[in-house]
Design a protein around this ligand. Structure first.
Ligand code: ADP
Ligand code: MG
Length: 380
């Protein structure tokens, strides 16, 4: 990172910061319903080498970008002024300045091991890496949830993606060997020990490498549907419905909204039960909750697709303890909880099933619960 920074900008960076991608164990499409989720940080992370500038200029380069150094004057930053990948980092700097923080320019070089568009949240990793770098460099001392909110604001305003808060909170607040139990209304969060290896288990991430185009519009439509349902039911958000309220609530809703509500309410309940299993050191007990969560996303929420269903069905048939799509859906990745000794055969069965179905081979990663965003090294 330091050498690449020097080549680009002619000086050493003041430091290198990192922010991870994530997978969500359970609690999908609950974040924008003020609900609960249980993500964990991946070892795959986005790094940013950075150095402050005193002339109010922001210069940006990414190894995964367009090959160019983009220069943007801080004073002119506003939604709509940046295009392409730089919207994410520029949006973060804009959001910090907008919130009244005394920040100046910087030279930034970015490099990442988080695959983009795989549902592993490379966008939040990028935003959060820049947010923690700025927080340190400009001595802001912002608490984790505030950094996450700033990153989310950047994605809303600059990238035009109305994302929830889970990805940014997972990237900023996770810690090694834990999952993050998050209340998306209050941003209260708790790290729950998640010791896979000690239990003879592995969590595989199967990146289907498909991203169906209907994703963006469909996501906004689902959000709007949930808000409409909450209004009809007279609650601030779907999070405010308990499982016991579900029967009467469903009876009074239009047919297009009832399945959305059923997914959100049962999914919040699955998060609670997953946390109970982890706290009882019954990691295997997570498996059936994952598979049930997938069925709910497929049948009630309608965000699954043929490729993600094929991974889940094949993995479970090959002996996985449980599997589900993770992330917003319409492609992306599937997590598979497997016993150590069966993991390789399960991954092989999935690859073989993809081959038979004529799909591109999937990429299989291992999800090891990893550290959240922070500083890596001191530069010169
Ligand atoms: P996901 O967050 O699931 O990976 P998104 O579509 O939300 O998918 O975000 C992917 C986008 O984020 C990319 O198209 C790119 O614009 C930007 N991005 C993410 N990581 C990087 C990176 N290392 N360098 C440049 N742009 C990146
Ligand atoms: Mg994203």
């Amino acid at each position: 990172m330091e050498a690449a920074f020097r080549r680009l900008y002619g000086t050493a960076p003041e430091g290198v910061w990192s922010a991870p991608g994530r997978v969500n164990l359970i609690g999908e499409h609950t974040d924008y319903n003020d609900g609960f989720c249980l993500p964990m940080a991946l070892p795959q992370a986005t790094l940013v080498a950075a150095r402050r500038r005193t002339d109010g200029l922001l210069r940006l380069h990414s190894a995964q970008g367009d090959g160019k150094v983009t220069e943007l004057p801080l004073a002119g930053l506003a939604p709509g002024t940046a295009t392409g990948w730089v919207r994410y980092p520029a949006g973060v700097v804009w959001a910090l300045a907008e919130a009244g923080h005394d920040v100046g320019g910087a030279d930034l070089h970015i490099d990442s091991t988080v695959p983009t568009g795989a549902g592993l949240s490379s966008s939040a990793a990028l935003e959060c890496a820049v947010a923690v770098a700025y927080d340190d460099l400009y001595g802001l001392g912002l608490p984790g949830p505030e950094l996450a909110r700033t990153a989310q604001r950047a994605e809303h305003a600059f990238a035009g993606v109305p994302c929830g808060i889970m990805d940014q909170m997972a990237s900023v607040c996770s810690a090694e060997a834990t999952a993050l139990h998050l209340d998306c209304r209050t941003l209260a969060h708790r790290r729950i020990p998640f010791g896979l290896a000690a239990d003879g288990l592995r969590l595989l991430v199967v990146d289907t490498r498909v991203k169906h185009d209907l994703g963006d519009g469909a996501y906004a439509a689902l959000r709007a549907g949930c808000e409409r349902a909450a209004t009809l039911l007279g609650v601030p958000a779907l999070r405010d419905l308990a499982p016991a309220d579900l029967g009467p609530a469903l009876a009074g809703l239009p047919a297009d909204l009832a399945p959305l509500v059923r997914h959100v309410v049962t999914e919040n309940e699955r998060v609670t039960r997953a946390v109970d299993h982890l706290e009882a050191e019954d990691t295997e007990g997570l498996g059936p909750l994952l598979t049930a969560g997938h069925a709910s996303l497929r049948d009630d929420y309608g965000v699954s697709c043929a490729e993600t269903d094929l991974v889940v069905d094949t993995a479970v048939a090959a002996g996985a303890l449980g599997a589900r799509m993770t992330g917003a859906g319409f492609g992306g990745s599937v997590i598979v909880l497997a016993r150590d000794r069966e993991a390789r055969a399960i991954a092989g069965a999935v690859t073989e099933a993809f081959h038979r179905a004529g799909h591109h081979p999937p990429a299989v990663l291992e999800a090891v619960p990893s550290r959240g965003a922070g500083r890596l090294t001191m530069g010169g």
